[in-house]
Design a protein around this ligand. Structure first.
Ligand code: PEP
Length: 265
């Protein structure tokens, strides 16, 4: 059984002082919930990593970076490496977010090098996958997702595939008014898993977690997380307050219990 995940990325929001308040309020709220069946992560901006990690130290919430360089060190002004994230208390790193692809021209070949470096340093890469609105209307979505995942994982043996988290984030659904419909998400996740089986084997298909992101809210979250192949929710705006994120975590924790009892029936 794959452990469910609740995660949020703060983008370029929530500086260090605010992160400390967010962290202590989230910690207070989580103390009232049973979240033992859920993996939880927060991805603050680099300058808020320390404050967030200190405020959440006594909770099960793990911290991660929103990006990294593929080299461990060197003449790369303005960049941060995987060993630096580890030293800063990170367990996760987000790669290939739509905004990195769109604004900074990152390619999945580059993402593959970052995946390699992250895994060598012991970080769990959260690899975003997603089609643009144009690719969707051209009917190319599943082919695009397959190409992205195979390129990002090209350097990894099949046995390492379950060490990454795949985040299906349709690029047209991020930051918008509406998430993808549950039927659409169910189909994409099922096809992704089937493709993983074909290309990287049964174990990779069964153990790799595929989470959904893109305009998730406390209203649509319960239906999205109840889908069999959806192993978690990755949330932007709706989790930028501790109240909002606690609600999402509670939804995922509830789904973990129902998925578990469904499996044992
Ligand atoms: C995101 O940017 O990855 C994201 C999921 O944002 P939102 O939830 O705000 O659409």
């Amino acid at each position: 059984m794959r452990r469910l995940i609740a995660g949020t990325g703060w983008k370029m929001n929530i500086g260090a002082a605010e992160a400390a308040c967010y962290g202590s309020e989230l910690a207070r709220r989580l103390a009232l919930l049973d979240v033992s069946a859920v993996d939880i992560f927060v991805l603050p901006p680099f300058t808020s990593l320390h404050a967030a990690s200190a405020a959440l130290a006594a909770t099960p919430v793990a911290i991660g970076g929103q990006n990294m360089h593929w080299e461990d060190s060197g003449a790369w002004t303005g960049e941060i490496s995987a060993p630096m994230l580890v030293e800063g208390g990170c367990r996760y790193v987000e790669l290939a977010h739509s905004e990195r692809l769109y604004h900074f021209g990152e390619s999945y070949e580059l993402v593959g090098r970052k995946v390699d470096s992250a895994l060598r340093s012991g970080l769990t890469p959260i690899i975003c996958l997603g089609e643009t609105a144009q690719e969707k209307s051209d009917g190319r979505t599943d082919a695009i997702l397959l190409e992205q995942v195979l390129t990002a994982l090209a350097g990894q043996p099949d046995s390492r595939v379950p060490d990454v988290i795949l985040a299906y984030e349709p690029r047209w659904a991020i930051g918008g008014a509406q998430a993808a419909t549950p039927d659409y998400v169910a189909e994409r996740h099922a096809i992704l898993r089937r493709n993983l089986k074909t290309h990287r084997g049964q174990d990779a298909a069964e153990r790799t977690r595929i989470i959904y992101g893109g305009s998730v809210t406390p209203e649509n979250g319960p239906q999205l997380i109840s889908i069999d192949d959806v192993d978690g929710l990755f949330v932007g705006r709706a989790a930028w307050t501790p109240e909002g994120f606690a609600r999402i975590i509670e939804i995922v924790a509830g789904a973990a219990q129902s998925k578990r009892s469904r499996q044992s029936d």
